[in-house]
Design a protein around this ligand. Structure first.
Ligand SMILES: CCCCCCCCCC/C=C\CCCC(=O)SCCNC(=O)CCNC(=O)[C@H](O)C(C)(C)COP(=O)(O)OP(=O)(O)OC[C@H]1O[C@@H](n2cnc3c(N)ncnc32)[C@H](O)[C@@H]1OP(=O)(O)O
Ligand SMILES: Cc1cc2nc3c(=O)[nH]c(=O)nc-3n(C[C@H](O)[C@H](O)[C@H](O)COP(=O)(O)OP(=O)(O)OC[C@H]3O[C@@H](n4cnc5c(N)ncnc54)[C@H](O)[C@@H]3O)c2cc1C
Length: 602
């Protein structure tokens, strides 16, 4: 119910209070992250911690880190990540902002040469940030060396006014009434703003006092390292958002009753309808699947970071492909699922008090930020095409593409599934996913060799990423899992996750010859049985996410199931209900009614 201005101020207040508590309670970095997570309102601090600090850590020299991170960690400065421009987002190489070195003063001149080069979107830039890592084309000795990162002070640390040459503001209201409107995504134009040479982030490359450009011995892709880090965190966000939506829809489905009353008895819980289960339980399974793959991705990221520290860059391409692919597949699936959960809750799901509209609005942009999902999947396709060609020349693939080394078998194998029960076998499931992914990648590589195209391989990339998710779920179930019967429930969810994908993408599985039509229909039959088996534990499986009512923010998803009184109470809180007769009655309603009454009497 807050206006944009009130909402923004509320975010400032919460962020300041959270920081105060962080200091008072001596919270660790992890605990402070959790505190921000549960505040659950996008704000400038997200960009400060999730992008500004990591960008300096990844791209700054030790000296630069010491100087800037010391201030950033104490919130003496507030930073953002200013990469995207009005005319260029996905294509980072196309950015237009320039950083021209002036050897006479030992400074860079930061400039926005065109309207389209205005920085546009950075969170916190509009009204809050005092500093930013700004991405700009480095020009020295008359040559353009492409995009590099620069630390810039944007606002005075005394009175917060923009520094000379900097025009800065908010880009305006966004989708939904709350959601990202709490964030001051900003626009910024630079008019020949001078910064010292040592504010270029110099871990990847340096400009000497004389203006010479010098490469470091690290790959230039590390410039994109912050995005790899954030994409990894977004997978965990997607799993959390999806589990919230599913928790609301499952709990409500157990309360809501429609039709099916026998002899005057109670109606049927909508969760008992097979159609409801077949729409909802794949999301329940996906929420668990994304959580497990998110945990694995965090491990992969930590591993690649350790390797980078010892100058081993060999796993960087895989880390890029995995973070890009998983960010893309999980956020797209989550946005679609939240929208569907609204429909699964019927009309009440459309009310703000269900919590679903806000959840949808706040998670929808994850399909776009940190890399448009299609653009990122095309990066995965590019990685797969390279791997296929390496396999063809005898190189053994490793990591998530190791299965491609089994090319002889996977290109011609036939699924062993013969009965409904055979679809319980994780090895049989994994084999068809591997065969589908490999065959699609090889087909794509053949098509590209005939008619090269940047856009080929999107579907092959999706198949590969889904294989990763299925594989990581299966691997999770090989670990010890505490709790009586928990593993059995997770096995059922794993089956649902994999088999619903076979159902959804049956065209791919059939056209690549990985399963027959009969095997496809056996998979559907198995799926129906799994839904019925999961039903008795569905509520427990969402209770297990352990969300408080406060965090869930939903009248429909309440733990105690007292849905109707909650909806009723929430309705009365609406400002429209502050008066019995609405504002506007005297000016617009009354004259209309009176006039019509008069006319009818004539
Ligand atoms: C805990 C608290 C909770 C709080 C929650 C916070 C949640 C956080 C969310 C915060 C909210 C919003 C933040 C949003 C921030 C942003 O959106 S920042 C802007 C993001 N922008 C993008 O993502 C742009 C996407 N575009 C790109 O990444 C590149 O332009 C693209 C990769 C598409 C193309 O790069 P190019 O260099 O132009 O071209 P290529 O020829 O394709 O690539 C060259 C080679 O580089 C390899 N590559 C590309 N990217 C990477 C990478 N990231 N890492 C490693 N390697 C990479 C690529 O594979 C090529 O390799 P090859 O030549 O094939 O060997
Ligand atoms: C809420 C939010 C917060 C953000 N925060 C930040 C921030 O803090 N800092 C920052 O720098 N940026 C930020 N961004 C910007 C964000 O990173 C970009 O919007 C994103 O990278 C997508 O780029 P774009 O907007 O240029 O989309 P475009 O690339 O213009 O995409 C438009 C359409 O074209 C398609 N398309 C583009 N290229 C191709 C291709 N090669 N092949 C096929 N189809 C293609 C896309 O799939 C899409 O459908 C934010 C954005 C949002 C929405």
């Amino acid at each position: 119910m807050l206006s944009r201005k009130e909402l923004f101020k509320d975010t400032l207040k919460k962020a300041a209070h959270a920081w105060k508590r962080t200091v008072e309670l001596h919270l660790t970095e992890e605990e402070a992250n959790l505190l921000r997570l549960y505040i659950d309102q996008p704000g400038y601090v997200d960009l400060h911690w999730v992008m500004f600090v990591p960008a300096i850590k990844g791209q700054g020299t030790e000296e630069q880190q010491k100087k800037w991170l010391t201030m950033a960690y104490k919130f003496q400065i507030i930073g953002t990540y200013a990469q995207t421009e009005l005319g260029h987002g996905s294509n980072v190489q196309g950015l237009e902002t320039t950083a021209t070195f002036d050897p006479s003063t030992d400074e860079f001149i930061m400039h926005s040469p065109t309207l389209t080069s205005s920085k546009w979107w950075p969170g916190g830039l509009g009204k809050t940030s005092t500093h930013a890592v700004v991405y700009a084309r480095l020009i020295t000795e008359g040559k353009d060396y492409g995009i590099h990162g620069f630390i810039m002070q944007l606002r005075s640390l005394d009175d917060h006014s923009p520094l000379p040459g900097i025009t800065i503001g908010d880009i305006g209201g966004k989708f939904g009434s709350g959601a990202y409107n709490s964030m001051d995504n900003g626009v910024m134009r630079l008019d020949h703003v001078r910064i010292p040479r040592d504010q270029m982030l110099m871990r990847l490359a340096q400009v000497t006092r004389e203006g010479k450009y010098v490469h470091s011995d690290v790959p230039k892709q590390l410039l994109y390292g912050t995005m790899v880090y954030v994409r990894q965190t977004i997978v965990a966000d997607a799993s959390r958002a999806l589990s919230r939506a599913v928790c609301i829809a499952v709990r409500y489905g157990a309360i809501r009753k429609q039709f099916g009353s026998k002899a005057g008895g109670p109606e049927t819980q909508v969760l008992n309808y097979k159609t409801q289960q077949s729409r909802l339980f794949p999301f329940l399974a996906s929420a668990y699947a994304f959580r497990f793959v998110g945990q694995w991705l965090k491990w992969l990221y930590t591993d690649v970071t350790q390797k980078l520290e010892s100058k081993d860059f060999s796993t960087l391409p895989e880390a890029h492909a995995c973070t890009a692919g998983l960010k893309s597949v999980t956020t797209s699936a989550t946005a679609d699922a939240i929208e569907e959960c609204q429909k699964l809750c019927g009309g009440h799901g459309y009310l703000n008090s269900s919590g679903l509209p806000e959840l949808f609005a706040v998670n929808l942009p994850a399909c776009t930020y940190e890399g448009d999902n299609v653009v990122l999947l095309l990066q995965v396709a590019r990685f797969l095409m390279k791997t296929v060609s390496q396999v063809a020349s005898g190189k053994q693939p490793v990591g998530t593409t190791a299965y491609m080394g089994n090319i002889q078998h996977l290109m011609q194998c036939k699924s062993v599934v013969n009965t409904v029960e055979d679809w319980l076998n994780p090895a049989a499931i994994k084999e068809v996913f591997e065969a589908r992914a490999l065959r699609m990648a090889v087909n794509c590589a053949q098509n590209i060799s005939k008619a090269p195209s940047q856009e080929e391989g999107f579907e092959a990339a999706v198949a590969h990423v889904q294989l990763i998710i299925v594989t990581k779920f299966i691997e999770k179930l090989q670990e010890d899992i505490l709790g009586h019967g928990v593993k059995e429930q997770l096995q059922k969810l794993c089956g649902i996750y994999a088999l619903h994908l076979i159902h959804k993408h049956l065209g791919d599985f059939l056209s690549t010859g990985c399963v027959t039509a009969r095997q496809g229909s056996l998979a559907n039959e198995r799926l129906g049985k799994l839904y019925a088996q999961v039903r008795p534990n569905a509520v427990a499986l969402v209770d297990a996410f352990d969300y408080t009512d406060h965090y869930l923010g939903s009248a429909l998803g309440r733990y105690d199931g007292d849905v109707y009184s909650a909806l009723y109470k929430e309705a009365w809180k609406d400002p429209l209900n502050e008066t019995v007769v609405p504002d506007g009655y005297q000016e617009h309603l009354r004259p209309l009614l009176k006039q019509q009454l008069k006319l009818s009497r004539l």
